[in-house]
Design a protein. Structure first.
Length: 236
């Protein structure tokens, strides 16, 4: 059952946070979402700035009560920061849905294009957009949309962890690399696709799977970025 409580918050006025600050909060949210501990250097790489620039912004976000930085330098979102970050991620993922579902924008271009919309979508338009899209639970790449996703998501694991001979359903794929998305698009490796792992070869550094009678070979590093679930748990 979908979590109805966060949905009631859609469309509420957003606090005064700059677009640049929103980018940092979104990056922290997404890294945490993937179970990655967040520190200044990798965060700077994710945002695409120098470490010195990132540290300056982190100080500002700390003063605003949006993040906390531990003695170990690990960065966490406060309750206030998480609410702002979730709103940015929600608008971004709704924009991705709008671009692909309503406007027919190519799948591999949607992530970058959505960045042009995420800071400009007003609370009122956000409500209208979510309704027009049918309140989707995930973005086109399978990542949950905050406030609309299931309260208890289905368990997932890395494609690189699936044993030979086992069947799985693609749940999420990385959205940042448009060349990788073009490849996934060509071979049909999208959320909802069913595949069977036929070979795991650490000595070759590859995972081979059959997808719609087509053999697909992925590097272990790429397979470790694809999240899959059991066929019986796929919803919708």
């Amino acid at each position: 059952m979908a979590d109805e409580t966060p949905r009631a918050n859609l469309g509420e006025p957003r606090p005064e946070v700059s677009a640049v600050a929103e980018n940092y909060l979104q990056a922290i949210y997404k890294l945490s979402e993937r179970g990655i501990q967040v520190f200044p250097t990798p965060l700077a790489e994710t945002v695409g700035v120098s470490v010195a620039t990132a540290v300056g912004m982190l100080r500002r976000l700390t003063r605003q009560g949006l993040i906390s930085v531990a003695q170990s330098k690990e960065i966490s979102l406060t309750a206030k920061g998480r609410a702002v970050a979730a709103a940015v991620v929600r608008r971004h993922r709704l924009a991705e849905r709008m671009l692909t579902q309503l406007l027919g924008v190519d799948w591999h271009l949607a992530h970058e294009e959505a960045h042009r919309f995420e800071h400009a979508i007003s609370p009122h338009v956000e409500e209208k957009l979510a309704a027009a899209l049918g309140h989707p639970k995930t973005c086109p790449f399978g990542h949950p949309i905050p406030g609309l996703a299931d309260a208890t998501p289905s368990p997932v694991r890395l494609l690189s962890q699936v044993p030979e001979g086992e069947t799985a359903v693609v749940e999420r794929v990385p959205e940042e690399d448009h060349r990788l998305l073009e490849f996934f698009d060509r071979c049909g490796l999208k959320p909802g696709a069913t595949l069977r792992v036929t070979e795991v070869a650490p000595f070759k550094g590859t995972v081979t799977a059959v997808l719609d009678s087509r053999q697909v070979v992925l590097g272990l590093d790429v397979a470790a970025k694809v999240m899959v679930g059991a066929p019986s748990q796929r919803k919708g």
